[in-house]
Design a protein around this ligand. Structure first.
Ligand code: PMP
Length: 406
């Protein structure tokens, strides 16, 4: 399949919806992405033709559902370059992946006064679980600063690393600034100090090539709904040797090998971390989304998104009093901005009436927004089904909203 934008847009039923009678211009892809018809169909046909609980069933449907779920795990492993399906733990999303890791990693590897390093640009999902772990285990959270362009200060990050650093947890792409962090370099630096690294890939897997083995990432988290898959499913990747040493997270069915009232032994990887009935429809639909992307071609998708981002930035910069937050040399898919003293909510609300969906507020990164000394931003974020015509419409409507508000 080649990159034919009309065909691609036809694959996404929601893009034909009218909002207040106007065509939808969906620029809130960093919050969640729309779903192609093949993903929607996969959900329906899975329920319609092979719905049965997996793993323990002897009957035909259960075995079919189990095979599909495990094939999906393989598709996901291949998509992110994991060496084995044992390294792919299904979760509800990035947030649950990080909570899982923060809980079991701290239990296993952290002693009082050990340190966890995060950065100033983290999403609440990659701050709060570490604060909670720090409170439970009396750890110290260290925060690496960013510069005025919104790039991580690698020199300062390096200074924070020492023999007490157990883990560095960092976003691959900032959901506010669009900064692409040099995660391979950060992983090298952390490993040189004996620390492990978690990459929060919520904004990255859909927008740049990810190869966890090449990165040498210890852990990598992402959400299905931000990569054209369904809500309620996500992934925690972990190196097999590391996951093996970690204790289980939740207890229940599936994660056990043998249970007596006296003692329980735990299942092998990755099931040790997957208590309860997994989202075996979500997994299959997520794999469908990844196959859909690969059929179009990730290279073509990312090139189109890059073009859209640059075009949108250029058009937005033509607007007087425009302030764009995040000017990193390596930037991806997200533009946060303010214009003059106009409040972001006012702009977002007026834009909504024109059919344009953008996000406004702190984007679950309050410490970063406080650091910038602003009330929040308007954030436009692109996906490969967006077009330059949509960007033109967005900028035109934005100018009209500003005429009303300024
Ligand atoms: N990290 C980042 C960088 C994000 O952008 C998001 C979603 N906005 C999350 C974590 C949390 O993802 P989810 O809500 O799907 O768990």
């Amino acid at each position: 399949m080649s990159f034919d934008i009309d065909n691609i847009r036809n694959d996404f039923p929601i893009l034909a919806e009218k909002i207040y009678g106007k065509p939808l211009v969906y620029l809130d892809n960093a919050a969640t992405t729309q779903k192609p018809r093949c993903v929607l169909d996969k959900i329906t046909t899975t329920y319609a033709t092979q719905n049965a609980n997996i793993h323990r069933g002897i009957h035909y449907l259960s075995q079919k559902a189990t095979l599909a779920h495990e094939a999906a795990r393989q598709t996901i492993a291949t998509f992110i370059g994991a060496r084995s399906t044992n390294e792919i733990v299904f979760t509800r999303g990035t947030t649950e992946s990080i909570n899982l890791l923060a809980s079991v990693f701290a239990d296993r590897f952290c002693r009082p006064d050990d340190e966890i390093v995060i950065t100033q640009m983290e999403h609440h999902s990659n701050i709060v679980p570490w604060q909670m772990a720090a409170e439970r285990h009396r750890l110290h959270l260290r925060v690496a600063p960013i510069d005025e362009r919104g790039e991580l200060r690698l020199d300062e990050l390096e200074k924070l690393l020492n023999h007490r650093t157990r883990l560095v947890a960092v976003a691959h792409i900032s959901n506010v600034l669009g900064t692409v962090n040099p995660v391979k370099r950060i992983i090298e630096m952390a490993h040189a100090h004996g620390a492990k690294v978690l990459i929060d890939g919520a904004q990255a897997v859909a927008h740049l090539p990810v190869d966890v083995a090449d990165l040498d990432a210890d852990f990598y988290a992402f959400s299905g709904h931000k990569i054209y898959g369904p809500t309620g499913i996500g992934v925690l990747y972990g190196k097999e040797a590391l996951l093996d040493t970690l204790p289980p997270y939740q207890g229940g069915g599936e994660m056990i090998q043998n249970v007596t009232f006296e003692k329980t032994t735990y299942n092998e990887l990755p099931y040790k971390f997957e208590a309860g009935t997994p989202d075996f429809v979500g997994s299959v639909a997520l794999a469908e989304a990844l196959n859909y992307m690969d059929n179009i071609g990730r290279e073509a998708i990312f090139a189109h998104e890059d073009h859209l981002l640059r075009y949108a930035e250029q058009r937005l910069r033509e607007i007087p009093k425009m302030r764009i937050f995040g000017n990193a040399a390596d930037k991806n898919s997200v533009i946060s901005f303010l214009v003059g003293n106009v409040h972001p909510y006012d702009l977002g609300m007026l834009l909504d009436k024109t059919g344009v969906a953008v996000r406004t507020g702190h984007h679950c990164a309050q410490p970063l927004i406080d650091l910038l000394g602003i009330p929040g931003t308007v954030r436009a974020s692109v996906a490969f089904y967006n077009t330059c015509n949509e960007i033109d419409y967005f900028v035109e409507q934005l100018r009209r909203c500003l005429d009303i508000l300024q």
